[in-house]
Design a protein around this ligand. Structure first.
Ligand SMILES: [Zn+2]
Ligand SMILES: [Zn+2]
Length: 400
């Protein structure tokens, strides 16, 4: 396809997104107003599937054995999967701005569905719930959601335009201590204090932090710490996030964290058990061929997208998109939706996630993704470059 025809498709896609601007912004606001957590996203998934179907993107709710997930294909040929997240956080609602991801993905899907045939490509529009710890993409991928996908993409809000998130590998850990209850004043010598064990385990992790890589992160909270001060606590528990650069280095860090947490139990004469929760979130492998195209397209919308791997501002986190990126070529750009310095996972970010700046990010994110998909669909050379880069990248297929 010659360049001017590609440009015409991009103009058409962007015009369709502008035509649907009111609908898309309303979807973003509605989801923001109804925050739902992991796998409870009934309102958001129904709103997105209804709106998508109304606009000619045929998707089905409950796809790949995931009740609040959805998926549908339009067109045929090289397949671009556009992903929408829509889950929220406890207490701070849409402090991660997934309402923006949802509406931007919807906008891109509507535009791409209408030009898929003319472009010689297929769009798979997928709703992926429970990114905040529930691993919705992992569950859906395990059930075949990525079969036939040649490129996967989404945009995530942030305080800057970046070509990728610094997504490091993550696994959650639950640790439970069991001691012996006793009267804390009458017979303390008969007690074995599970809270002491948990506190010493916590402190052992604090000393471990001096001897791990500066990019690694270990953070936890206490879930159970006893019932009453005059009863020696029989049960205590803590929950942890353990993060490292990639799945391999995470595997090396995990036993060190566990040994630290278990040491408290040994000191206090308590027993300890643990559970590594779910599948680890993998690091993000960005497909630079398409990351560069995304940055180029975003620039045409007036957004200068920088690469955090070259220094400067970065957003560190973890995402189940990392697992997707080990299985198919993927990008996960960050789109500015809040003033510089506003951290995600704060109440302040939640406020900006429903603001004129966020609404602009919905439309620009949709357009930048749609244009990037068109770049992919219309160039077999680019498709080959994407596939070759993915083959050469160090990916781990054992991430589901
Ligand atoms: Zn988040
Ligand atoms: Zn997020």
């Amino acid at each position: 396809m010659n360049l001017s025809d590609v440009e015409k498709l991009k103009v058409k896609a962007c015009a369709l997104i502008d035509k649907n601007a009111e609908t898309l912004v309303n979807v973003s606001h509605e989801i923001h107003d109804h925050p739902e957590q992991n796998y409870e996203e009934v309102f958001a998934s129904e709103l997105l599937t209804r709106t998508a179907n109304d606009q000619g993107v045929h998707v089905e709710l409950g796809a790949f054995d995931c009740a609040t997930g959805f998926s549908g294909d339009v067109g045929s040929g090289p397949t671009v999967c556009i992903m929408s997240e829509y889950d929220a956080l406890p207490d701070i609602g849409h402090g991660c701005g997934h309402n923006i991801i949802a509406a931007a993905g919807l906008g891109a899907a509507i535009a791409l569905a209408s030009i898929a045939e003319a472009s010689g490509g297929r769009v798979r529009y997928m709703g992926t719930p429970a990114e905040e710890g529930g691993g919705g993409k992992i569950l859906m991928a395990r059930n075949g959601a990525l079969a036939g996908v040649d490129l996967a993409m989404m945009v995530h809000p942030a305080d800057a335009d970046l070509v990728t998130i610094d997504a490091i590998a993550l696994q959650q850990l639950l640790v439970e201590y069991t001691g012996q209850e006793s009267h804390a004043a009458a017979a303390p010598h008969l007690g074995r204090n599970a809270l002491d064990a948990a506190v010493l385990g916590y402190m052992a992790v604090a000393t471990l932090r001096q001897h791990i890589m500066p990019t690694e992160r270990i953070h936890g909270i206490f879930l159970k710490s006893g019932e009453k001060p005059n009863i020696v606590p029989r049960e205590a528990s803590s929950e942890w996030y353990v993060r490292s650069d990639n799945v391999t280095s995470l595997a090396a860090l995990k036993p060190r964290v566990l040994a630290s947490l278990e040491s408290g139990a040994h000191a206090c004469g308590c027993s300890v058990s643990h559970e590594w929760i779910g599948t680890a979130y993998a690091d993000m492998v960005t497909n630079n061929t398409m990351g560069t195209m995304y940055a180029h397209n975003a620039l045409t919308l007036g957004r200068t997208v920088t690469d955090p791997r070259h220094g400067g501002h970065r957003v560190v986190g973890s995402t189940d998109m990392g697992n997707v990126s080990h299985l198919v070529p993927s990008i996960h750009p960050m789109i500015a939706s809040a003033p510089a310095g506003t951290s995600i996972h704060t109440k302040q970010f939640a406020q900006f996630a429903r603001s004129p700046m966020a609404d602009q990010a919905v439309l620009d994110g949709a357009k930048a993704m749609a244009m990037t998909a068109i770049d992919f669909w219309t160039s077999s050379e680019r498709q080959q470059a994407v596939a070759a880069e993915f083959q050469a990248a160090s990916t781990d297929k054992n991430v589901l």
